[in-house]
Design a protein around this ligand. Structure first.
Ligand code: SAM
Length: 234
């Protein structure tokens, strides 16, 4: 997939990529390749694969939600999906949470080169960040960070009342949604839309889960990470 294919495929699902956005995505892909030679950011670096497996994947998920004004991406890594959402929806204020310092340096360089405003990179774990930023975001999202029973406890405490939690999942998403059902409800969210999709060329399965927060998260969550991991909420 090249940038023209990506633009066309995005248009087909109702997302317009302007010329500025296309240029920003091309620069982002080339920075990803360049930096990946120095630090381990992603296994996918060929531009055609980046366009489909990173960018198109994120755009597929973006079209399922109304991101509101403030969004957080938990465990953003090299910026997925948070930076792609920011490029495609420039009016959004985006907070990128990433505990690995080197990845934060990369994110700051992309933000600088693309001249993006309204993006904050936070070098912290989500469960620590939640201590001072509970229920602050209209949308909290994550891709490839943890299984849903763990992920929900990292993300949902950050979601505002009536805000959205979007978990981007692959083929295991359906099972994880079942396992996490009661835990997610304890955290205050209800399932709204579970959306099955696939990438274009290889038909890779995608399962994007959209939850809405209807009740405040009880103050005991999130617990410390060792407890979340040892005894995921059920
Ligand atoms: N979301 C990106 C993507 O889809 O390419 C990165 C995925 S990478 C496999 C998982 C990332 O989650 C890592 O960069 C890691 O540092 C981060 N991470 C792990 N535990 C975390 C936590 N408790 N809070 C925030 N980020 C976390």
């Amino acid at each position: 997939m090249n940038i023209n294919d990506l633009t066309h495929a995005s248009q087909e699902i109702g997302i317009e990529l302007t010329e500025t956005m296309q240029k920003q995505l091309i620069t982002y892909a080339s920075l990803l390749k360049e930096w990946n030679e120095k630090i381990n950011l992603t296994a996918i670096t060929e531009e055609s694969e980046v366009m489909e497996k990173h960018f198109y994947d994120c755009i597929l998920a973006l079209r399922l939600v109304n991101p509101g004004n403030e969004m957080a991406d938990v465990g953003t890594g090299a910026g997925f999906p948070g930076l792609v959402f920011k490029i495609v929806r420039p009016e959004l204020n985006v907070t990128l949470l990433e505990p690995t310092e080197k990845k934060c340096s990369f994110l700051n360089e992309v933000i600088r080169q693309l001249d993006l405003k309204g993006v904050t990179v936070v070098n912290e774990r989500a469960e620590d960040y939640a201590k001072n930023h509970r229920e602050s975001f209209d949308l909290v999202t994550a891709r490839a960070v943890a299984a849903l029973p763990v992920l929900a406890e990292l993300c949902v405490p950050l979601v505002k009342m009536n805000g959205t939690f979007l978990a981007m999942k692959g083929s295991k998403g359906k099972d994880e949604a079942r396992e996490a059902q009661d835990g997610v409800a304890k955290l205050g969210c209800d399932g709204k839309d579970f959306h099955e999709d696939h990438l274009l060329s290889n038909q890779d399965e995608r399962y994007n889960l959209v939850y809405v927060k209807h009740r405040h998260t009880p103050p005991q969550y999130p617990r410390i990470y060792s407890k979340i991991k040892k005894k995921p909420l059920q």
